[in-house]
Write a protein that binds this ligand. Structure first.
Ligand code: EPS
Length: 362
């Protein structure tokens, strides 16, 4: 029912974690963008399992096949279909929980809603599906970068109780946590090793920054840019909170502190996170998300079975002790897809508005 998002750039994903394949259809991509299958590998590897001891050990190839919409290496303007085959599903790990509900997991709500579920790997509720969001966003990121000069990048700034103290983009891709503080990597490893040996999990915070976004994106009132970003980010597995700019910290701020004053040279601050009234200001867009601790735990928890009898549930298999780690490229992907959709939507309605003054100097 709701497996498609976006209006002028519409992405539909399909597939289950333990089915033969997962895939997506991207409709509305403008023609003429150069794209090759090997360009998907980098971001898919950033999101993939099996990259370090700190994430799920499932080993997937995550190779994208382009089925349609691209001819001689360029998008044709027709639907782009991408496919990734599942190659390392171990469905017997799920035999024991086919008739029970993991506490804190969508097992319960899928059962309540549909009356029937594919329990293997969590079926459609598995984080495996996010592979296709990241794949679709490889196209969006490239289009935004080449056509608009927009870049989107993210990092994890909190894991459990540990908060990044320094911010250095040059180290984010150099460690398994997408962490911006080079002094804390050892501390993070020890912390997460301890959580894993206690058969437990932790949550995390991921922040995404979009630079080069022009002023004017967003459609008040029901297609506000921050509204669409919040919906897209909240739609990522395990996300329990979304903030734009200062977010919930704004509650304790004074108006004089929160407002971003303007000068002929530009804004003096960016508490708004680059969006006012649901429309981009031309500043950096800053969004952050809170991810809950993984609910699939290798230690017993109280639950019930499908007949309502009390049971103890222990999850077998290969699970992430902190799903927030792999959420960094996924959050980037959702922001990129929303931004590309909004660039196309802005062009459609306001393409002939032209340059508006005053403008801030570049
Ligand atoms: C997941 C459980 C694990 C992860 C999976 C997400 O899968 P399985 O139980 O089949 O080993 O490996 O993530 C991926 C496979 C992926 O590509 O992201 C879950 O419970 O959501």
């Amino acid at each position: 029912m709701s497996n498609t998002f976006g209006k002028l750039l519409a992405v539909t994903t399909f597939g289950e974690s333990h089915g033969p394949a997962i895939g997506c259809v991207i409709d509305g991509c403008p023609p003429g963008l150069e794209i090759h299958e090997d360009e998907f590998a980098h971001d898919l590897a950033r999101r993939a399992t099996g990259r370090s001891r700190h994430v799920s050990a499932r080993k997937e190839e995550d190779r994208v096949e382009i089925l349609s919409g691209v001819h001689e290496g360029r998008t044709t303007g027709t639907p782009i279909a991408l496919l990734v085959r599942n190659t390392d599903a171990k469905s017997k790990d799920y035999a024991d929980i086919a008739r029970t509900f993991r506490p804190g997991h969508a097992d319960w709500t899928y059962h309540q809603k549909y009356g029937f579920r594919d329990p293997r790997g969590g079926g459609r509720s598995s984080a495996r599906e996010t592979t296709m969001r990241v794949a679709a966003a490889v196209i969006a990121k490239k289009w935004l970068r080449e056509r608009m000069g927009i870049t989107v990048r993210g990092c994890m700034t909190q894991m459990g109780t540990l908060v990044a103290r320094r911010f250095d983009w040059s180290v984010v891709e150099e460690n398994p946590f997408f962490w911006p503080d080079p002094d804390m990597i050892g501390e993070l490893e020890t912390y997460l090793d301890a959580i894993r040996s206690e058969r437990d999990s932790v949550g995390g915070r991921v922040e995404v920054f979009a630079e080069g976004v022009p002023a004017g994106l967003g459609e008040p009132l029901y297609g506000k840019l921050d509204g669409d970003l919040a919906a897209a980010l909240m739609g990522i597995n395990a996300v329990k909170g979304v903030e734009i700019g200062d977010g919930f910290a704004a509650v304790a701020q004074r108006g004089t502190e929160h407002r971003d004053e303007l000068t002929p040279q530009g804004f003096l601050s960016n508490h708004a996170g680059g969006i006012l009234g649901g429309i981009s200001t031309g500043q950096v867009i800053r969004a952050s998300i809170a991810l809950k601790p993984t609910s699939s735990l290798p230690q017993p928890g109280r639950s019930i079975d499908v007949d309502g009898n009390p049971v103890e549930v222990t999850t077998k298999g290969r699970h992430d002790p902190c799903v927030a780690i792999r959420a960094t490229p996924i959050a980037e992907a959702m922001v990129a897809l929303v931004l590309m959709d909004h660039v196309l939507r802005h062009r459609a309605q306001c393409g002939d508005v032209g340059a508006v003054s005053p403008q801030f100097p570049a």
